[in-house]
Ligand binder design. Sequence first.
Ligand code: ZN
Length: 348
Amino acid sequence: MPTRRALLISATALLAMSLAAPAIAQSDRPTPVVATFSILGDMVKRIGGEHIAVTTLVGPNGDAHVYQPTPADARAVSEATILVVNGLQFEGWLDRLIDASDFDGMRVVATEGIEPIAFDDGHDHGDNLDVHAEKTGHDHDHDERAEAAAHDHDDEHDDKAHAEAGRDHHDHGAFDPHAWQSLGNAVAYVDNITAALAQADPANAAEFYQNRAAYVAEIEALDAEVREIVAALPAERRIVVTSHDAFQYFGGEYGLTFIAPQGLSTESEASAKDVARLIQQIRERGIRAVFIENIGDARLLEQIANETGATIGGTLYPDALSGPDGPAPTYLDMMRHNAMTLAQTLAS
Ligand code: ZN
C-alpha cells in the first residue's frame, strides 16, 4: 500500500518529469531536412535514421532537370534546418525556390570536394567518344576542357556564384552534375551529409558517424562488385546508348563508354543531327542494345532502336530511384541494378 508520503514523492516526481518533458522532446525532435531529389533523400535517411525527418522534393522516377517546385516545397524549405542539394547546377530551379522560401538553415552541397567532369557547351555530345572525331580537329574543345579542369579548385568554392550565373540564362553549368553515378563520389556525398547532420544535432553525432561507417563499407563493397561485373565484359561490348548523358562518371570510373542523343540535361531536346549521328555510330560500331531511363520519355530511344535494329536492353536509373516496389528503391539498389542490367545485356 503506498503511504501518503510515497504518493507525495511520486507526485513531485511526476511534476518534475512534466517540467522536464518539453526540453527532452525538444532535443529528440527529428531535425527537419529537405533533400532535393530521391538519391539524396535516401542517403540522408541512411545517415540520419530516426533523428531526422526528410522531405524529398523530386521523388522516385522524377526528373529533377525539369522540375517545377510547388508552394508546399517552399514551405518545407522554410521549415528545414538543413537543405541538401547536389550542386553543379543540377537543380536549376533551386535559387528561385530558396528565394520563395524563408530558409535560413544550412545548405549542404553534396558534391563539394569531388572532382567534377568538365564539359563543353553541349553541342558536341558523342563527339568526345568518337575516336576519329577526337583525333581530328577538336583541339579547341580540348583546350577549353583542360582550362576548365585547371580552374576546378576555384570553382568548387563558388557553387553559389555558378548557380546564380546560370539562373537567368537557363543554361548548364560548366560541369557534369551526375556525380553520384560513381560510388567513389558517393562517399564524398555521405561525408558532406554526415558532417552537416552532426553539426546540426551534435547530441546524435556519434550515431551519425556510426551509420556513415556502415554505409561507406557497403558503398565500397558495391564499388568492388561493379568493377568485377564490368571487368568480365569483353572490351568491344562496353559501349552503351542511353537517352540523356547521365553516365559519364559511371563510364569513367568503371570503364564503359556511354553515348546519348540528348545532352547532360533532359531539358534540351536532341537535335535531328545528334540523332542521325547516333544512329550512324550504332550502325558503325555494331551496337546491339540501347537502354531506356526511368525518368522522361522512351520514345526517342524506341525510334532509334527501330531504325537500327538494336534491342531495348532494359531500364537504367540515371537521376532518380524507383518506388519502393521497383528494382531501385535505394541508392545502392540503383547502382547495383544499373550495373547488372548493363552486364546482362552487354554480355549476351
Ligand atoms: Zn540527368
